[in-house]
Design a protein around this ligand. Structure first.
Ligand SMILES: C[S@@+](CC[C@H](N)C(=O)[O-])C[C@H]1O[C@@H](n2cnc3c(N)ncnc32)[C@H](O)[C@@H]1O
Length: 400
């Protein structure tokens, strides 16, 4: 991750994935949740940044604004609220918005923590999507829970939350190793994560990649603990700088709507294709520049990256992995409603494979006589077979 002062220079590959997820989910949220509030929707970008990167790429405020315009087509009226604590960045943001002719409902300074309640008061009777995208540690656990608990039938609230694995890994180790900052780091983590017993994980994490792996375990426990406290489940998507690297952070969706989690996984996987393409494109362009600089001629020029090839390879990977994986999940569980177990359904392909790949795998299993479900219709409710529409009674089962 670049130092925070360089952050708005060139948009990083991981920001491409983050923005791909945010854009898709915001659009979807306005459609789904906005139907319960007569079209009234609010997007709160709690850590808004400058609005645009110096390379011209839009940041989260402009992306949310473009979705707000798009969803007007189907009767949604979206209020935009941006919070940016840093005065210089807030000024940049004001200018980026003005240049794009976007008038936010609110553009606030101060700490997100301190202004979020006022914003939620302002948007009662709206469906509210809150984006929490800080540098490093996000809001305290108590603030997150306070926001989630405010949801009601007339004010559905979803939170898309950046969980920084690299920060939690660094602070987690520093919080258990004796040193000048031990207490400070431990206290910050206690406040951010709540009472989830993170210390043992980091005491054991002495190998080079172990702190990030411990942070992943802690993130899952955090999600589970928030679910127990608020009733809202979370779905995690990993964000990496480059394929093959450890994830830098997670995007966690907190939503009371079960189908939203299922659809979020599909949206994240579409954003994954954008990200792979971006990485391939950067590598390809760097290669071309290098050859030009050195006057090299390639006998067999490498093909330009394209999304069709990436998609084709993903389909092959999913077809090789998902059928066997799903049979194992079915055997373990006995019966499965995919929408109840999003991360189990995708397994190692979470955030990469899409609903169409799961459907194809279930059809494949059905043809082979290995499951009752035929993968048609709303198979995610476990109702894919020609039979029932009674969702409570539905569930995919292995064939006898
Ligand atoms: C990672 S950047 C945001 C990037 C932006 N969401 C995007 O995707 O384009 C985090 C921003 O949050 C701001 N910030 C940090 N702490 C904050 C706080 N407590 N309240 C509001 N803004 C904060 C920083 O100044 C920085 O501009």
């Amino acid at each position: 991750m670049p130092a925070s002062s360089d952050f708005f220079g060139q948009r990083s590959a991981q920001a491409v994935l983050k923005h791909g997820v945010l854009t898709r989910y915001a659009h979807y949220f306005a459609g789904r949740a906005g139907s319960a509030t007569q079209g009234r929707v609010a997007f709160i970008d709690g850590y808004a940044g400058e609005g645009r990167y110096q390379d011209g790429s839009p940041g989260s405020p402009l992306l949310l604004a473009s979705q707000a315009i798009r969803v007007q087509m189907f009767g949604r009226d979206v209020k935009l609220a941006f919070v940016e604590r840093d005065a210089d960045r807030r000024q940049e943001l004001r200018q980026s918005l003005a240049e794009a002719e976007i008038e936010p409902d609110q553009l606030l300074g101060g700490d997100f923590d301190e202004v979020v309640d006022g914003l939620l008061d302002r948007y009662t009777l709206h469906a509210v999507l809150v984006f929490v995208d800080p540098f490093g540690l996000a809001v305290d656990r108590s603030t997150l829970e306070r926001v989630l608990r405010r949801r009601s039938p007339t004010q559905p609230i979803d939170v898309l939350y950046h969980f920084s694995l690299s920060t939690v890994a660094r602070m987690g180790r520093a919080g258990v190793v004796e040193g000048a900052t031990t207490r400070y780091n431990a206290a910050r983590l206690d406040a951010a994560l709540g009472p989830i017993g993170w210390r043992d994980d980091f005491e054991r994490a002495t190998a080079p990649n172990a702190p990030t792996e411990a942070a992943l375990v802690v993130a899952r426990r955090f999600g589970e603990s928030v679910r127990r406290a608020t009733g809202l489940q979370s779905t995690l998507v990993s964000v990496r700088q480059r394929p093959g690297q450890l994830p830098e952070y997670l995007l966690m969706l907190f939503s009371a709507n079960q189908k939203a989690h299922w659809d979020f996984a599909d949206q994240a996987s579409k954003a994954y294709v954008d990200w792979l393409y971006h990485c391939d494109r950067e590598d390809y362009d760097a290669n071309v520049r290098l050859r030009e600089e050195h006057g090299l001629i390639e006998l067999f020029a490498s093909a330009e990256p394209n999304k069709e090839d990436i998609d084709y390879q993903l389909c092959r990977d999913a077809a090789a992995y998902l059928p066997d994986h799903l049979i194992e999940v079915l055997r373990d569980r006995g019966s499965l409603r995919p929408v109840d177990a999003v991360e189990d359904v995708y397994g190692e392909m979470m955030g990469r494979a899409r609903v169409m790949h799961v459907r194809a795998a279930i059809k494949h299993l059905h043809h082979a006589g290995l499951t009752d479900d035929d993968g048609t219709r709303e198979f995610w409710n476990g109702c894919g077979s020609a039979g029932g529409t009674d969702q409570a009674a539905c569930g995919m089962t292995p064939s006898a």
